[in-house]
Structure formats: structure tokens, C-alpha cells
Design a binder for this molecule. Structure first.
Ligand code: PMP
Length: 388
């Protein structure tokens, strides 16, 4: 009997055996020729992942929060104004990080948990005063709300703001086109749709972001995040020459290059379609089971995860029961509704079989928790969605 459970939280996720083998391969020197080649290729492939031929990629040892920290530290100077399009917990975090580096932050908040600010509200805020930058959380993992980055980025650009996108829960799973959408900086982390164990912060800064960085009047307020130190390192690795500032996470970079190879061979469009299809099937199953989604309108539904309110008959016990049925899902995160909902990630190497297993486990957990659930209703809805 296999004694491991299926990990279906919104990061970290299940990784492919090839990626895990790379993590477990013998560690080389960070200036070994084969590691330099792998790091260099990863940088080139990040441009393809982010769809940003004009961008400057950075690979740093750290989590997604470091990527946010690095974006803020390098782009913000004390007194700069920043606009945060707030769709949940991780937008709150970005506002906090920007303030820490001295930004004067204005937030356009969603009217309710599970909603997103409208384009009109964002346009009004941008029109009221000028901003050095605006941030958008592509998919806020606390609400499973997907923001319309394409439209919002166009608004930001029109008003002269640098557009910064937190793509931690989107890039590699949702459609994202950094250059074509006018995004000046995008960031993610390794452990979600990029498909690599936690520990890498990934950033692609476009030409306008790099220009704003070069035009700084004050020193960057973070020693570790400072691009003054990291830019020569990234340039050197891409030119396949050795360089050192801080030791890279060697094995994770090996694994990143393997995962990026897998992602690009699937193809970015095909990958976004697969996420959309599996997400649609999962959401159809949950609706058939009578569970209500946290995002208030289907246009806001993310493809990388689903957030669902517990039905009246149960509560957070459901997460424990699903684990007993072999599938790990996540509890709530947004402070206003934390105990009222749960989250299921379906990204990266996720398959139809994973979706079916997860639906089955939730269906059974619901029944065990006392909900009146017709056996097979969720599974049947998922199977029908997957057939079409
Ligand atoms: N932004 C979003 C949208 C996230 O989902 C997360 C992690 N869940 C982060 C930022 C922070 O990333 P990390 O936990 O890797 O620091």
C-alpha cells in the first residue's frame, strides 16, 4: 500500500519525479561549468515562462516574500507613492512591504472578501494623483480571486505608473504575458505552478523597472535584495561565466531548469488550457456538491486553486477528514473568513486522476461530517466536465 497522501494545497504542490531527482542529485560547486550552464539556461527560460523577451530575470534563494521584498526594495524610494489593487491577504502583504521601504501607499480594496476592485475604481484612484508604481496580485491565494491583470496593467501604464504583478499563485498556471500586457515587473516563487520545491524567488524586471532602479537617488535599503549586487551575477551566469555574491540554492536551480524544460515543452498556451480545464472540472464537482465558492463571480475564478465555504453541516474538521481520505487540502487564510472556508490547489503537474481523487476524498469527507451528499454526485460532475 502506498502510504503517502496526495498534496493538493495551493503550494507547495506535488512535484515531478524528474524535478525531485534533480533536487537529490549530488551538489556541485556554484561555479562548476555544468551548474553555470544550468543557471544560465534557467535565466533564459524564465523570460519564456514570463513571456518577457525584454525582461531581466533574477533567481534568488528565498521564498516568494523575498521576491516581493526585492521588487519593493529596488523600485521604491522613501516618499514614493504606490497604489495597491487589493484582493486579499497577499495584497495586504505587498502594501506592508512597500510601506516598510518608505512608500506612501494607497489601497483600492475589494468591496467584500472574494471580490476585486473594478477597473473604474482603479482608474479613478490612478486619476486622482500620480503614482510611481502600482501592484496587482494576479491570483490572491487567500481568496482564489484572479485579477484582470491585462486591463489593470493597461490602466497603470496609461497613468505612468510602473506595473508590478505578484504572480506567485499564477505564473506557470494562468495565462500571463508580461511584455504584451505592459507589466514592468513580475515575480513568483518556485513552489507553486513553477513546480519546484520551496526556496527560489523568481523575478523578471522589464526595461522601465530597470531604468527606475538605475535612476535611484538613494541606496537600496536591503543588503540581500539589492540588484546592484545581483545584476552582475545574473549577467555573468547568463554569459556562462562564474560569479559570486551569495551562494545560490544549487540543487533548487538544477531542479528549476528541469521544471522549466518540462513547462516549455508542454507549451505555455497548452499549460494554461490544462489548468483551466482541470480547474473547471473541480469547480463543477464542488458546485454539484453544493459548496459555494469564495470568489463572488465566475469571472473572478482562478485556475490554479479553488476556495470554498464549508457547508452549514461542517467546519474545519472537513480538512482533517479529507486527509484521512488520502488528500491534503488547506484551511482558510483570509483573516475575515479564516475558519469558514478551505482551499484546494490544482496546479503544476496536476492530472485528471489527481482531480478525481480529490473530488472523491472531499465527497466522502463531507458525507462523514454529516452533510447529506448523494454518493458520486461530485465525481459524476467532474467526469462529465472532463469528457467535454
Ligand atoms: N503572494 C502570493 C499570491 C502567495 O500565494 C504567496 C504564498 N502563498 C506569497 C505571495 C508569498 O510567498 P512565500 O510564502 O513563498 O513567501
Amino acid at each position: 500500500m502506498k502510504n503517502r497522501k496526495l498534496l493538493m494545497i495551493p503550494g507547495p504542490i506535488e512535484f515531478t519525479p524528474e524535478v525531485l531527482a534533480a533536487v537529490g542529485s549530488p551538489t556541485t560547486s556554484h561555479v562548476a561549468p555544468n551548474f553555470i550552464a544550468s543557471f544560465g539556461e534557467s535565466l533564459e527560460r524564465l523570460r519564456e515562462l514570463f513571456r518577457s523577451p525584454s525582461g531581466q530575470p533574477f533567481i534568488l534563494a528565498g521564498s516568494g516574500t523575498l521576491a516581493m521584498d526585492s521588487a519593493a526594495a529596488n523600485l521604491v524610494e522613501p516618499g514614493d507613492r504606490a497604489l495597491v489593487v487589493n484582493t486579499g491577504y497577499f495584497s495586504d502583504r505587498f502594501a506592508g512591504i512597500l510601506r516598510r521601504y518608505g512608500a506612501e501607499v494607497t489601497e483600492v480594496k475589494a468591496r467584500a472578501v472574494g471580490d476585486a476592485p473594478s477597473a473604474d475604481e482603479v482608474a479613478r484612484a490612478l486619476g486622482a494623483r500620480s503614482y510611481k508604481l502600482m501592484t496587482i496580485t494576479h491570483v490572491d491565494t487567500s481568496t482564489a480571486v484572479r485579477a484582470d491583470v491585462r486591463s489593470l496593467a493597461a490602466l497603470g501604464r496609461n497613468h505612468g505608473a510602473l506595473v508590478v504583478v505578484d504572480g506567485v499563485c499564477s505564473i506557470g498556471g494562468e495565462e500571463f504575458c508580461q511584455d504584451a500586457w505592459g507589466v514592468d515587473l513580475a515575480l513568483t516563487a518556485s513552489q507553486k505552478a513553477v513546480g519546484v520545491p520551496p526556496g527560489l524567488a523568481l523575478i523578471v524586471a522589464g526595461p522601465r523597472a530597470m531604468k527606475a532602479f538605475a535612476a535611484r537617488r538613494s541606496a537600496v535599503g536591503s543588503y540581500y535584495s539589492d540588484w546592484t549586487e545581483w545584476l552582475p551575477i545574473m549577467t555573468a551566469y547568463e554569459a556562462r561565466t562564474p560569479a559570486y555574491f551569495g551562494t545560490p540554492a544549487v540543487n533548487l536551480v538544477w531542479a528549476l531548469n528541469v521544471s522549466l524544460g518540462e513547462i516549455l515543452s508542454e507549451g505555455m498556451d497548452a499549460r494554461a488550457r490544462r489548468h483551466d480545464r482541470l480547474s473547471g472540472a473541480f469547480k463543477a464537482a464542488m458546485a454539484a456538491l453544493g459548496l459555494r465558492a469564495v470568489p463572488v463571480r465566475p469571472e473572478l475564478y482562478a485556475s490554479t486553486l479553488t476556495a470554498l465555504y464549508y457547508p452549514a453541516s461542517t467546519d474545519a474538521r472537513l480538512v482533517g477528514l479529507a486527509a484521512e481520505e488520502g488528500v491534503i487540502v488547506a484551511g482558510g487564510l483570509h483573516p475575515e473568513i479564516r475558519t469558514k472556508y478551505f482551499r484546494v490547489g490544482h496546479m503544476g503537474a496536476v492530472t485528471e486522476a489527481d482531480v478525481i481523487a480529490t473530488v472523491g476524498a472531499i465527497e466522502k469527507a463531507l458525507a462523514r461530517s454529516g452533510a447529506s451528499v448523494e454518493p458520486g454526485v461530485g465525481l459524476s460532475a467532474a467526469a462529465s466536465a472532463l469528457r467535454s
